[in-house]
Design a protein around this ligand. Structure first.
Ligand SMILES: [Zn+2]
Ligand SMILES: [Zn+2]
Length: 854
């Protein structure tokens, strides 16, 4: 029974061998058609940007999904586990500027390199479903969707603010603005300019996107909360304050027939309106220009407010802005009581929220109170607790109260008052009940080259007026020209595409005369909003996908990615799904049933990043320890939802563990192989066999539960380690042949199966070593036998008056009576209760005995 084979675990030999075999058999990881009759499981990790290098965060993210995919295959599911590339975007243009490589070439090279890395990691991706968003076979469908949205009024143009660098003479993305200056011109302050931009009307779905969150119980609560806040629904009232004096015509608050004589404010507490002691405008409010035109000093102050707001916006926390304001010297009239209040301009009022104007009620709002105290504005209490005798500390922000100092509305509770005041406003035409959202329409125009061209043209003969004309479907795709000079040219602005006459000049689809193409490209979030539908039918040349195939696979059963995508990507894709549903293309409302956000990989206290110089390269780790060790470590070192502190010692430790599994299995594989078809398995196990089988079945139960539940793969792998320890501890008995071959086979076979989601190469090799011929992915996941897993004895703690006195050993299935008897018979217990009275006895089978004695 000796095994002369060299017992050395060598991932550098094993891993490439299996990668070659897997590459030669694409059916191994391929999804099957719906007709296969198996239940489906769609597991997806967010697709990477092809930067050229996988990093450890990727390794972790994909190891989680890969483990789940493998587990589900073994559980008998038809698994879809695809991969693709979020391949448009600014870095390719920057690389082109820097290295003079065309963006397409740079991107496709990076994809090839990262694909090699994925394969070197042994990831089980269905490459037949690969999607590369920068290729025309994909982005033509972005254009097609754009046209469908345009037809339905969901894509439209409007003027909007953009970042503009005078030196670059072009628009900058937000990430190119650093401390308010151009990323390439540190001395140049970035300006805000108005530019006509394309938008998607996501706000049309605001309420539905909000309501849908309630049903997404498979999503992390923090992601749902972030989305709720992002959508930011508030119920309230719009009310017009009247301008005391007429200022120049044409400076109206909102051009809705209200004229220039009113300021419309949005408030969630119209019941407090008798306590309004000022009206406050955003610095960009339409009225402000009129005030500042006649007041140079005011203009300077307002510019400062705008600057402060911009800085706070860049710092990422507008809510934390230090509040400043300036009085305009103008006054507004409260429409309910005719009271005259000053008009201020304040830096914390946002032009794009509500109406860009508020009424300030210091007595009943924290923020207004702070502002009023700072600037000495009056504070007028108008709400009091129902219990008149209660003292009130201002600001009193509760809505549980009644109105005071509010004329004919005194005595009404807040809710009644709100309703009455809204009715009056509506009847008299100075306001209405209103729901507002913080969510804004999605600006999709980018003045960049490396993105999907927007399929619109402008007729030079203006045969349809000045408006855009959609490119007919049969002319799609509007191809991105491949050879293009990206370098900036002084004095010119806009998209680099505007400088490519072959692209720009076209014919009008309506009159056939000369026309110019739209030169803006689409935000790359468009690409990622629906890519996972394309995976199900990636080669379809006639449609984005076949609806029947999508109906089978959707919603995605499990999506895995970073929490940094909680807002934009995960809201946009929920919006896109609803648009497709309303186009009759899909039946699901939501794209993703269960969402998982993994933690970050950190090292030396910081997230791995080039700038911190703490990046660990997957290639290095693979060269040193093998892909299996790198993958298993990334799952073992922390629960997947927590941050992982990368320790190379830990990788080495996991590598040593895999080597032990290797030695153990190869050593006893000949015995196990002899157990195949051996009837001895039917015999009731005893002795060391029973002990090892019990541990095995407990381990199976635990890991199976980990996959169903919280994915604490760190404890799963720890459990396999314990199992291996226990088998190794019995080495003398194994060597002496005390464990029959059939039991040996079950032990080793199951050990290998349990590791299959975590260390696929090693497992494939050992699976073959055990005499198995088909892929381990086609072998059923082991089932735990509850009888075998059951401990025959348990230790149960015994407490007296709440203090632990001893533990008693009883049969695991001992009932309360038996356990009580065992506890009372214990010597230590007898000594403690001698001469006393047991007044109470609590027995929890398997868990606890507690005696209360006097
Ligand atoms: Zn610049
Ligand atoms: Zn025309």
């Amino acid at each position: 029974m000796s095994d002369e084979k060299e017992l050395r675990y060598d991932p550098a030999t094993i891993e490439p061998k299996w990668q070659q075999r897997w590459a030669a058999d694409p059916s191994l990881y391929a999804a099957e058609p719906a007709s296969c009759g198996k239940p489906k499981f769609y597991v997806l990790e967010m697709l990477p940007y092809p930067s050229g290098q996988l990093h450890m965060g990727h390794v972790r993210n994909y190891s989680i999904g890969d483990a789940l995919a493998r587990h589900m295959w073994m559980c008998g599911y038809n698994v879809l586990h695809p991969m693709g590339w979020d391949a448009f975007g600014l870095p390719a243009e920057n690389a082109a500027l820097k290295n003079n490589v065309p963006p397409r070439e740079w991107t496709l090279n990076n994809i090839a390199g990262m694909k090699r890395q994925f394969n070197r990691l042994g990831m089980a991706f269905d490459w037949a479903a690969e999607v590369t968003t920068c290729l025309p076979d994909y982005y033509r469908w972005n254009q097609w969707f754009f046209l469908r949205m345009y037809e339905r009024g969901l894509a439209y143009r409007k003027k909007s603010k953009v970042n503009w660098c005078r030196e670059c003479a072009t628009v900058l993305a937000n990430e190119q603005v650093i401390d308010g200056r151009c990323w390439r011109h540190e001395d140049t302050i970035v300006e805000q300019r108005d530019l006509v931009q394309w938008f998607f009307r996501i706000t049309a779905y605001a309420q539905e996107l909000l309501d849908g969150l309630d049903k997404l119980d498979g999503w992390p609560e923090k992601v749902r909360t972030m989305q709720r806040n992002w959508i930011g629904r508030s119920e309230g009232t719009e009310v017009d304050f009247f301008l005391e004096e007429k200022i120049d015509q044409g400076l109206g608050t909102r051009d809705e027939g209200l004229g220039a004589s009113r300021i419309r404010v949005f408030t969630t507490r119209v019941d407090t309106i008798f306590g309004a002691t000022s009206v406050q405008l955003a610095p960009q409010h339409a009225l402000v220009a009129g005030f500042t035109a006649a007041d140079a000093a005011l203009k300077t102050q307002v510019d400062e407010l705008i600057e402060q707001q911009k800085k706070a916006r860049e710092a990422g926390d507008l809510g934390a802005i230090e509040k400043h304001g300036v009085p305009t010297g103008h006054f507004a009239i409260n429409p309910y009581n005719g009271e005259r209040v000053p008009i201020w301009i304040a830096n914390y009022i946002l032009a794009d929220y509500g109406t860009g104007a508020i009424m300030s009620v210091p007595a009943h709002d924290e923020r207004d109170f702070e502002f009023a105290v700072k600037y000495g504005l009056p504070i007028q209490q108008v709400i009091h607790p129902e219990d008149k005798s209660m003292a009130v500390v201002l600001p009193f922000v509760s809505e549980e109260g009644v109105l005071v100092n509010s004329g004919e509305f005194d005595g009404l509770n807040c809710a009644e008052a709100e309703k009455r005041l809204q009715q009056i406003a509506a009847a008299k035409g100075f306001g209405e009940a209103k729901v507002t959202y913080r969510l804004k329409d999605w600006g999709v125009s980018r003045q960049r080259y490396w993105g999907t061209p927007i399929p619109m043209v402008y007729c030079q003969a203006h045969c349809e007026g000045d408006g855009p004309l959609p490119v007919p479907d049969e002319q799609l795709p509007v191809l991105l020209p491949e050879q293009i000079e990206i370098s900036r040219r002084g004095g010119q602005g806009g998209s680099p595409l505007a400088r490519v006459p072959e692209f720009v000049n076209t014919t009008c689809p309506k009159c056939g005369g000369p026309a110019k193409r739209e030169t803006d490209t689409m935000d790359t979030f468009v690409d990622s909003s629906w890519y996972f539908y394309r995976y199900t039918d990636a080669k379809n040349a006639k449609a984005p996908f076949d609806s029947d195939i999508v109906k089978y696979w959707f919603p995605i059963d499990q999506y895995i990615g970073g929490v940094e995508h909680a807002i934009l990507h995960l809201i946009y894709s929920r919006f896109w799904t609803r648009v497709m549903r309303d186009l009759g293309m899909v039946e699901n409302d939501e794209p993703v049933r269960r969402m998982f956000t993994q933690g970050m990989v950190i090292k030396d206290g910081h997230k791995m990043s080039k700038s911190k110089g703490n990046v660990v390269s997957p290639d290095d780790m693979i060269a040193r320890y093998g892909a299996d060790a790198a993958r298993a470590y990334s799952l073992f070192a922390a629960p997947p939802d927590r941050d992982l502190d990368w320790q190379e010692d830990g990788v080495a430790g996991v590598s040593r563990f895999l080597a032990r599994v290797w030695r153990l299995t190869t050593k006893y594989a000949p015995v196990a192989r002899a157990g195949r078809g051996d009837g001895a398995q039917a015999a009731v196990p005893t002795g060391v066999s029973l002990k090892l089988l019990r541990k095995l079945h407990q381990t199976i139960a635990k890991i199976t539960l980990d996959f169903d539940g919280r994915w604490h793969f760190n404890t799963s792998i720890a459990a396999v380690m314990e199992l291996v320890n226990e088998i190794q501890a019995a080495d003398a008995q194994l060597a002496a042949g005390e464990v029959p071959p059939a039991v040996m086979l079950e032990l080793l076979r199951s050990l290998v199966l349990l590791l299959a989601p975590f260390a696929p190469h090693l497992v494939a090799e050992l699976w073959e070593e055990l005499g198995e011929e088909s892929s381990v992915l086609r072998a059923p996941w082991p089932a735990s036998d509850p009888e075998l897993a059951k401990e025959d004895e348990l230790e149960v703690p015994v407490q007296i008056n709440g203090k632990l006195v001893t533990v008693v050993r009883v049969a695991a299935d001992a009932d309360a009576k038996t356990l009580e008897a065992a506890a009372l018979a214990d010597e230590k217990v007898q000594a403690r209760i001698a001469g006393k009275t047991v007044v109470k006895l609590i027995v929890v089978p398997r868990k606890l005995v507690n005696l209360v004695v006097k």
